[in-house]
Design a protein around this ligand. Structure first.
Ligand code: KDG
Length: 317
């Protein structure tokens, strides 16, 4: 019985010790990343009962990630360690303004061993949300689309809401392939958490109102359009809200901000908050993530967000 279940590949993420072009970086900090895992960490830190379905390499990095995830309080009973499949790696380049590039080493991702038969129906029972992203289906697409579709079928049968963040990684697949594959399950989505560029790839429109209309036509009920430092736009049940961005203390590393936003949005949906409150909460989390180096280190605990929102006092000593 989980509030949230997600499925995806995780990676050892090597964060550069200095900013600028990666070819000149001499040393890296070993961290952990992966879009779905970041989301799971964000949810767990907010206090949601969270499960992560995955496969890691049966190697030092895989064992490290497993311990790390378990330490975040996430259920790892559906995570296996696979012999012969090295844990995925990701080297990051971070420029002075916090933007950057990623260099993946994940051709043999251990999640290529995760098949649809491995999904246990009982694991989904009495749970509330299945969150998927476009990263997992971009890896080993033919098989993983099947895994996603099977997970959605089980989730629907068990009454879960389907949340989806396109997270389109063009280093993993082309726009055309992403559009074709995602179209297979987009009409099953209840909650769409997207950037404008991604919506344009999937829906062929880039104006927020058009994105909302096209999504509604597919039967999507909750829509959030993430616009980074321009805030976010949301739609639910006839209500259209624009929520301004929350200025971060400083921009150190933007990776993971979208995953943090997603966790905050789902938290608001699960607590039946108003759309405005949900968007403001999610925007606040996104702004907190970018102030800290690493894909998930900046994901706040619930009380940290409440302090940031001025709803709780911060006691420092
Ligand atoms: O959303 C952030 C993630 O994308 C990052 O942690 C790792 O690039 C990554 C991926 O493909 O999951």
């Amino acid at each position: 019985m989980k509030d949230v279940i997600t499925i995806g590949d995780a990676m050892i993420t090597f964060n550069p010790s200095m900013k600028g072009p990666m070819k000149y970086v001499q040393s890296f900090d070993r961290k952990v990343g992966g879009a779905e895992l970041n989301f799971a960490i964000g949810c767990a830190r907010l206090g949601l009962n969270t499960g992560w379905i995955s496969r890691l390499g049966n190697d030092e990095f895989g064992k490290y990630i497993l311990n790390f995830v378990r330490g975040e309080g996430i259920d790892v009973s559906e995570v296996g360690l696979e012999v012969g499949y090295p844990t995925s790696l990701n080297f990051k380049e971070i420029m002075e303004d916090g933007s950057g590039r990623t260099f993946y080493y994940r051709n043999q991702s251990p999640t290529t061993t995760l098949t649809e038969d491995a999904l246990e129906e009982t694991y989904f029972k009495d749970s509330k949300v299945l969150h998927i992203t476009g990263v997992f289906p971009a890896i080993d697409s033919d098989k993983n689309i099947g895994v996603i579709k099977r997970a959605i079928a089980i989730a629907k049968k068990q009454g879960l809401l389907i949340s989806f963040d396109p997270n389109i990684r063009l280093k993993l697949w082309s726009k055309a392939d992403a559009k074709k594959a995602i179209a297979e399950f987009l009409p099953d989505v209840d909650i769409l958490l997207t950037g404008v560029d991604e919506a344009e790839i999937l829906l062929g429109v880039s104006e927020p109102k058009e994105i909302i209309e096209k999504s509604k036509a597919l039967g999507i009920r909750y829509i959030a359009i993430k616009q980074g430092d321009k805030g976010s736009i949301g739609y639910f049940d006839g209500e259209f809200i624009e929520a301004p961005s929350v200025k971060p203390k400083k921009v150190v590393d933007t990776v993971g901000a979208g995953d943090g936003f997603d966790a905050g949005f789902i938290y608001g949906v699960l607590h039946q908050w108003s759309l405005r409150k949900t968007l403001e909460f999610a925007n606040t989390i996104g702004s907190m993530v970018v102030s800290v180096s690493g894909d998930n280190e900046g994901l706040p605990y619930l009380e940290d967000v409440l302090v940031q929102l001025g709803e709780k006092d911060s006691i420092e000593r």
